[in-house]
Design a binder for this molecule. Sequence first.
Ligand SMILES: Cc1cc2nc3c(=O)[nH]c(=O)nc-3n(C[C@H](O)[C@H](O)[C@H](O)COP(=O)(O)OP(=O)(O)OC[C@H]3O[C@@H](n4cnc5c(N)ncnc54)[C@H](O)[C@@H]3O)c2cc1C
Length: 330
Amino acid sequence: MSGELLDAVVVGAGPTGLACGIELTKRGLRAKLFDKGCLTNSLCNYPTNMVFFTTPELLEIGGIPMTCLGEKPVRVEALKYYRRVAQHYRLDVHQYEPVLGFEGSPGSFRVRTRDRMGRENEYACRFVILATGYYDRPNLLGVPGEDLPKVTHYYREPYPYFDQDVLVVGGKNSAAIAALELYRAGARVTLVHRRERLSDSIKYWIRPDIENRIRNGEIRAYFQTTVREILPDSVVLSTPEGEILLKNDFVFALTGYHPDTEFLARHGIVFDPGTQRPRVDPETLESERPGVYLAGVVVAGMHTNEIFIENGRFHGERIAEAILRASNSI
Ligand SMILES: Cc1cc2nc3c(=O)[nH]c(=O)nc-3n(C[C@H](O)[C@H](O)[C@H](O)COP(=O)(O)OP(=O)(O)OC[C@H]3O[C@@H](n4cnc5c(N)ncnc54)[C@H](O)[C@@H]3O)c2cc1C
């Protein structure tokens, strides 16, 4: 076990985990952050050409101004910004070192990790902050063939799909943007959505584009339709008019993501059975397991459309304040 007793271990070095690290540091508390991937791992895996929906000042953490070339930041600008902020505050981030689990109680937790060499390490800390996000866990369609190599739950860029028959599943921003980019890169795109129409949450600058492409027949769309089965060279759709078979080369199932509730539950996080939200103190974000705090999108449980970087970034301050107070009383 590493010798020093840390004030806190932060699990996850996304925007929220970094905000937690910064706010702890500002208060003179010692923290280590761990990420199973790289710094801001989720953002790194977002679509290559993504443009944030949010203006830059709403993505800022640690009081460091963010600027961007256009009206809204692109992925690369956000990646550079968060990296510079982490460097500025000299955050102690262990990348590529997943947290396997932790035991203990306030004042004496032991956090277990595995580093890149496959070594299992243990760190002692007084408090634990879980800022593990949701992007690792796609919402699966749960249909036969979903495990075929041509199926992905992550869209990166359109260029490999020129002259291919591509199915995009979903009716929100990610599905609409992917369908548009794929169409413009020369793929034959079919969009399938289980509801009657595209989601109301589609951004106002994306909606007319996708609706016009569908109206013009440039993107084929099936509403109130689900995927029944994925076969190596086709897909079976269940439409209001019955089942149809479509020629298919690739499937993008962009039906959202959810937090690793098993990991959370295994570590004593209690979920509200009605809403599926983790139970936390609304002020401090301490969970029902004393000394363990939740930060960022995990606070919303399955309601991942409620917490973004925009509002999750403020969790760091609340948790750091609570930990500072609690440190003085144990
Ligand atoms: C395409 C897309 C566009 C978006 N656009 C916007 C936008 O414009 N504005 C906005 O505010 N929000 C936007 N969001 C949402 C926003 O990106 C997320 O809400 C935000 O990343 C959540 O931050 P987080 O720190 O809670 O989680 P994450 O950024 O997901 O960070 C969690 C981290 O925890 C790590 N982790 C998980 N488990 C472990 C473990 N056991 N051990 C170690 N590390 C672990 C992960 O690798 C990850 O790096 C967008 C999301 C997507 C998918």
